[in-house]
Ligand binder design. Structure first.
Ligand code: 4NP
Length: 153
């Protein structure tokens, strides 16, 4: 069975592309089949490559992210994906607002999947520095590892 996951943050240029890259990497490592994408609740960066610091932190960890392109979440996503996973509470709330009536995707908060971090946000590194992006990478990687374990049991 192939599980599909859409990660959602605000701009789709920092956190959710990193979650996408991390989960794709962890699935490949574990030989688990999954479809992964990411989107933003905002359309500000639609069509753009990720932030340079996003591409750089992924590369520091041996993962390619420069080919990703931002897009806004759309109604069809709520039917097309098994899971839609928000990077923070605000984006989870915003997803609930635009969720269509016939949605089948399970909505959740990313760090609800990580023991001891329930209810926590992945902090936005956009106004931070390289260390902020390193912290984001650690958070999304920990979550990706937990998701892979869940998907493979
Ligand atoms: P993201 O970060 O939601 O993790 O992609 C942001 C990217 C851009 C902006 C805010 C947050 N922005 O204000 O343009």
């Amino acid at each position: 069975m192939t599980i599909s996951v859409l990660f959602v943050c605000l701009g789709n240029i920092c956190r959710s592309p990193l979650a996408e890259a991390a989960l794709r990497h962890e699935c490949a490592q574990a030989d688990v089949s999954c479809i992964v994408d990411s989107a933003g609740t905002a359309d500000w960066h639609a069509g753009n490559a990720p932030d340079d610091r996003t591409v750089a932190v992924a590369a520091r960890n041996g993962v390619e992210a420069g080919h990703l392109r931002a897009r806004q979440v759309r109604a069809a996503d709520f039917r097309d994906f098994d899971h839609i996973i928000a990077l923070d509470q605000q984006n989870l709330q915003d997803l609930r607002k635009v969720q269509p009536k016939d949605a089948t995707a399970q909505l959740s908060l990313l760090l609800d999947h990580v023991e001891g971090q329930t209810g926590q946000d992945v902090a936005d590194p956009y106004y931070g520095n390289d260390a902020s992006f390193d912290e984001t990478w650690l958070q999304v990687t920990a979550a990706a590892r937990t998701l892979v374990r869940k998907f493979s049991t």
